[in-house]
Design a protein around this ligand. Structure first.
Ligand SMILES: Nc1nc2c(ncn2[C@@H]2O[C@H](COP(=O)(O)OP(=O)(O)OP(=O)(O)O)[C@@H](O)[C@H]2O)c(=O)[nH]1
Ligand SMILES: [Mg+2]
Length: 228
């Protein structure tokens, strides 16, 4: 992805902020030590290359491109550490799982790829219908997500023998367009969505715990019956 001059000057503001945060380091004549952290495939290494003004860190459109910590001296009083992407040990909210997969933060093989595309297109149809219409030249978006993926596939010539739509190919087109920014500026998550989803996650967890307790009680009863 090409970085614009505007983006470069935005990114360089980070340097000013770092200096403000740690003025004592400069007074001591020491380098300010910084570290960049985040989920996989969000552009950590790309920011580092932009700050360095040259390619010092390997980037790529998939998770786990950076495999170990790498320290880069920017030669302007700041030393930067690039780190591999990190994720929560367990993602309990299924919506978060889909969104992480949509952005490529988890490996494409970790989840059912086409399901991820269906989830994403359903969200985009609600949140950004105009972007979808424009990108794929569709006047009216079908309500059903499978039909919508079929419409995208049809527009892009994703055909299989017998004229059937190749949904996997259509899924690849959609997710690539999202990840490359070709679809437009998109956010997959808002704070209010999360509050609602967390309530659902808690309810599901409570229900699971209740079922588990019930099963345990059943087992205990059966055990006591057999013992008699
Ligand atoms: N659309 C878009 N793509 C970006 C942006 N910044 C980086 N990318 C692309 O996103 C992909 C991942 O970038 P990296 O810099 O390798 O990401 P990372 O966070 O270092 O990834 P890991 O080291 O794998 O955790 C690359 O294909 C970049 O070209 C951005 O602002 N917008
Ligand atoms: Mg990286």
């Amino acid at each position: 992805m090409a970085i614009t001059t505007e983006q470069i000057s935005e990114v360089n503001k980070i340097m000013e902020l770092c200096r403000k945060l740690a003025p004592h380091r400069e007074e001591m004549g020491k380098n300010i030590r910084t570290m960049i952290m985040g989920i996989p495939n969000v552009g950590k290494s790309t920011i580092i290359n932009t700050l360095a003004g040259r390619v010092v860190a390997k980037t790529g459109n998939q998770p786990a491109v950076t495999r170990q910590q790498q320290r880069i001296n920017l030669q302007n009083g700041v030393v930067l550490s690039d780190t591999p992407g990190i994720l929560w040990p367990k993602v309990e909210n299924p919506h978060s799982g889909f969104r992480l997969a949509a952005t490529g933060a988890v490996k494409d093989t970790a989840m059912e790829y086409d399901e991820v595309a269906f989830y994403t297109v359903e969200y985009l149809a609600k949140a950004y219908p105009e972007l979808l219409k424009k990108r794929y030249n569709i006047d009216e978006l079908p309500e059903n997500e499978v039909e919508l993926m079929e419409a995208i596939g049809e527009k892009r010539g994703c055909l299989r023998a017998g004229g059937r739509i190749d949904l996997h190919k259509a899924s690849e087109i959609l997710l690539n367009d999202l990840r490359s920014g070709t679809l437009g500026l998109i956010t997959l998550e808002h704070p209010d969505m999360i509050s609602q989803e967390l309530v659902e996650v808690e309810e599901a967890a409570a229900q699971k715990a209740e079922e588990k307790a019930k099963n345990k009680e059943e087992r205990r009863k059966r055990y006591l019956r057999n013992k008699r």
